[in-house]
Write a protein that binds this ligand. Structure first.
Ligand SMILES: Cc1cc2nc3c(=O)[nH]c(=O)nc-3n(C[C@H](O)[C@H](O)[C@H](O)COP(=O)(O)OP(=O)(O)OC[C@H]3O[C@@H](n4cnc5c(N)ncnc54)[C@H](O)[C@@H]3O)c2cc1C
Length: 297
């Protein structure tokens, strides 16, 4: 990492070599990391291409709301996109930097009387993270609104533009989930609707989240993907696993699809709990459920 430190210092890119993943993930779990904070696209690209050239492991992160970092930390660079947060509204299209929060995009949409992204109000992620996994809720998904994504291809150093089709959106996945691309920005096409209507939908969805989700505990949202035609949370609840606890990790009493950190949970606690849930569901239902949260080691 000394080489990376020299490079970042020479290029005035801010970094913090003693950051704990528990400080920047919504699970509040994870050990020491070398965090890099590019202030714009140029610095982000420079940092990624340097890591690539010198074989330094790296991961680009948005809000850290869909990841579980190891307690041992991460032996590489964790590149944070939070400064790439510009949001521009132009004639029904919102263009947002990868680090813009979904909340800020939703607010811009509301201020401009633009509808279509209400589903994302309350998802605590960034535009980059949401495009990466085609985030969705309450019948809406990123794929319904994204018309263009600008990404950096780490393998050949090119900037590539993807239209909706090329994004390869599927259920909680996209062409970007395979790795290799850094999402720089996305354009979303919305429809003009009365602000009061948009606000009513956002308030309703946020209210539903507050009443159904354990938002007073650290978590990464729903841990498992939905199994075709089945709600995973419901299967977990029917298996009697609500409240099941390993160390500081617990199946939420409020929403069985969530694993919450009730205090001092380690990544190992969460992984053991995930494995236990998978085993129980396999025994009861004969199916393999898949994790949505990404484990970072
Ligand atoms: C309380 C709670 C509720 C949630 N509700 C929902 C929900 O309703 N629906 C839903 O879909 N999700 C939900 N989530 C999960 C999560 O918020 C979303 O998946 C969100 O889109 C992740 O964005 P992020 O910026 O936090 O991604 P991160 O966790 O930072 O990253 C996730 C993955 O995306 C990659 N990534 C991030 N940015 C980039 C980039 N610029 N370029 C390339 N790769 C990138 C990372 O490398 C990582 O692999 C919830 C989470 C919580 C904690």
């Amino acid at each position: 990492m000394d080489r990376l430190k020299r490079f970042l210092s020479d290029n005035n890119v801010y970094y913090n070599e003693n950051k704990k993943a528990s400080e920047f993930t919504t699970f509040r779990i994870g050990g020491e990391c070398f965090a890099v904070y590019p202030k714009d696209e140029a610095e982000l690209i420079k940092t990624v291409s340097f890591c690539k050239e010198f074989g330094i492991k790296y991961i680009v992160l948005g809000c850290g709301s869909n990841v579980l970092f190891s307690d041992k930390g991460y032996n590489g660079a964790v590149i944070m996109t939070q400064s790439l947060n510009a949001v521009e509204v132009n004639d029904g299209v919102i263009k947002a930097g990868c680090g813009a929060t979904l909340i800020s995009v939703c607010k811009a949409a509301l201020d401009n009387g633009l509808s279509g992204i209400e589903f994302a109000y309350g998802i605590p992620g960034s535009v980059g993270g949401a495009v990466f996994m085609n985030a969705g809720a309450y019948g809406g998904e990123m794929k319904d609104i994204v018309i263009k994504v600008k990404a950096y291809s780490a393998s050949d150093g090119k900037i590539v533009e993807f239209n909706t089709e090329k994004c390869g959106f599927g259920y909680r996945e996209s062409v970007f989930s395979g790795g290799g691309y850094i999402i720089l920005s996305a354009e979303m096409k919305l429809t003009r609707v009365e602000k009061t209507e948009i606000k009513a939908v956002m308030d309703d969805l946020l209210g539903r989240r507050k009443s159904k989700q354990p938002l007073n505990y650290p978590s990464a949202g729903s841990v498992f993907k939905r199994y075709p035609g089945r709600y995973t949370g419901q299967m977990i609840e029917e298996a009697g696993l609500k409240g099941y606890t390993i160390g500081g990790a617990q199946v939420s009493e409020k929403h069985a699809g969530f694993i919450i950190n009730v205090g001092g949970a380690t990544a190992d606690d969460v992984i053991k709990l995930i494995d236990h849930i998978k085993e129980v569901i396999k025994d009861r239902e004969g199916i393999d459920i898949e994790t949505e949260v990404r484990v970072i080691e």
